[in-house]
Design a protein around this ligand. Structure first.
Ligand SMILES: [Mg+2]
Length: 172
């Protein structure tokens, strides 16, 4: 990939480091169930050559990853900085700078770039009525990542390009 922005023909796909939050993002805050389409989207991202990570402000959530059989789909499980995100990656031994962050909290998404998703409470949450539509936000997440990897800018209203030197900033 070149630095001059003329890489659109040579790199139809750019591997991205994709970081998913745990509570209220992939995991229902009320019942601990996995958000619909989590496994499917992790598989599709891996199959596309991206690297999927799970991180949490509560620390390394290996029990969640193991309970839901995600180990073979993730490249790492880490604690997540809750402030000074970029500066504190090293403290949490995160070996790469996230390209795309999926979180129900917007601050870290604005920092690295990614998608600020609505909180997921769970399939049996009292806040989720029987007539609630199926949660398909992870399909939007996948589509945004695929677009970004092709060098396009996602138009989704919950997408943030990131600030600083994150790779999620579209090249000019
Ligand atoms: Mg969360």
């Amino acid at each position: 990939m070149s630095d001059d922005g003329s890489d659109d023909a040579s790199s139809s796909r750019r591997p991205l480091h994709v970081f998913f939050d745990v509570d209220y993002t992939i995991l229902g805050g009320y019942d601990g169930s996995l958000r619909p389409h989590t496994v499917e989207v992790f598989e599709r991202l891996r199959d596309d050559g991206h690297h999927v990570y799970v991180w949490s402000g509560e620390g390394e959530r290996w029990p969640v990853v193991r309970t839901h059989r995600l180990e073979h789909l993730v490249s790492g499980v880490y604690g997540k900085p809750l402030h000074d995100y970029r500066e504190r990656l090293e403290m949490f031994k995160v070996p790469v700078v996230p390209d795309f962050v999926i979180d129900d909290y917007p601050g870290i998404v604005r920092c690295f770039g990614g998608m600020h998703v609505p909180e997921y409470f769970g399939g049996r949450s009292p806040l989720r009525g029987e007539t609630a539509p199926e949660d398909t936000v992870f399909h939007d997440v996948y589509d945004a990542i695929a677009l970004l990897a092709r060098g396009d800018t996602p138009a989704h209203p919950r997408y943030y390009p990131g600030e600083g030197s994150g790779a999620a900033i579209p090249r000019r």
